[in-house]
Design a protein around this ligand. Structure first.
Ligand code: FES
Length: 127
């Protein structure tokens, strides 16, 4: 894995902010990628990048991507939480770019929770 530089983080932040502004107000889904120290070390940046690429590729306009800090579960990073409108949040753990692609296609686009990658459904929001 490439070493993360401060500049990279800034770029990610800018990209996320841009997406957020674009999407605000008409979202049906929100995806939060946990970017705490261990999340980044475990590859959260690749998860975020893959997710944003999928969103761009499919020209999806109603999904908000945000980042958050530590989720308190170092050993299960990278993690992301998916929230669809009126549905309990689902926390996904041990993510890889392939897994987030499947979660995007199945859960975010079709509303089917990918239970094999999910840690927990409902019970809390993460931010
Ligand atoms: S830095 Fe690992 S769970 Fe917070």
């Amino acid at each position: 894995m490439k070493k993360l530089k401060i500049g990279d983080l800034e770029k990610i932040r800018e990209k996320v902010a841009k997406t957020r502004v674009l999407r605000e107000g008409k979202a049906r889904a929100r995806v939060t990628v946990h970017m705490g120290t261990c999340g980044i070390a475990a590859g959260a940046r690749d998860i975020l990048t893959t997710l944003m690429e999928e969103i761009e590729k499919k020209k999806v306009k109603d999904v908000i991507v945000t980042t958050s800090g530590c989720a308190g579960l170092c050993s299960r990073e990278p993690m992301a939480t998916v929230e669809l409108i009126d549905k309990p949040p689902v926390k996904y753990v041990d993510l890889t770019p392939e897994k987030i692609k499947k979660i995007f296609a199945e859960h975010i686009m079709k509303g089917n929770v990918v239970t094999e990658y999910a840690l927990a459904v409902g019970s809390e929001t993460t931010h």
